[in-house]
Design a protein around this ligand. Structure first.
Ligand SMILES: [Zn+2]
Length: 157
């Protein structure tokens, strides 16, 4: 039983670090309540799949497949609804990569993405990107955020 005293104590930053720590179910329940969502069994199960593995980018379809494999009894429609509820509550960020698919990011902090065309894979850009010469926002509007998606393809030969 040695070594326990060396565990880092991190009681602060309950906010965005939920995903990073691999939260226990009780933390997930608290987090759902904090953002005004009732911690139903389905939300807990899907939240566990979403936030239990560190930062990730996921589509409704791939989360649905994970739920099936984990024998979580949900429909694809429920997965869609839950992802949108989590997004509205600020637990996820929705990324529109192309017209057909939405990706959801468990990392809600400001960051940009690489998208590998063909593989349909989304990755975080590890560095800051300077975006200059933005257009003026139309009358009565302001720029809320700039999302950059850098599209990649494999080099030929
Ligand atoms: Zn990301």
């Amino acid at each position: 039983m040695t070594g326990l005293s060396t565990l880092p104590v991190s009681e602060s930053s309950s906010d965005a670090s939920l995903a990073r720590r691999g939260c226990p179910v009780s933390t997930l329940k608290d987090r759902l309540r904090e953002v005004g969502l009732r911690p139903t069994r389905q939300r807990i199960s899907l939240g566990w799949l979403l936030f239990g593995k560190g930062d990730r980018h996921i589509t409704a379809e791939s989360l649905f497949e994970e739920a099936m494999r984990a024998r979580v009894p949900v429909s694809l429609a429920t997965v869609y609804n839950t992802l949108h509820q989590f997004t509205e509550a600020g637990l996820l960020r929705q990324l529109a990569v192309d017209g057909s698919k939405s990706y959801f990011d468990t990392n809600t902090s400001d960051h940009h993405h690489f998208f590998v065309e063909g593989d349909e894979e989304l990755m975080d850009v590890p560095a800051a990107i300077a975006v200059g010469d933005l257009p003026a926002a139309p009358e009565g509007m302001e720029i809320a955020r700039v999302d950059v998606i850098v599209r990649l393809r494999r080099k030929q030969g």
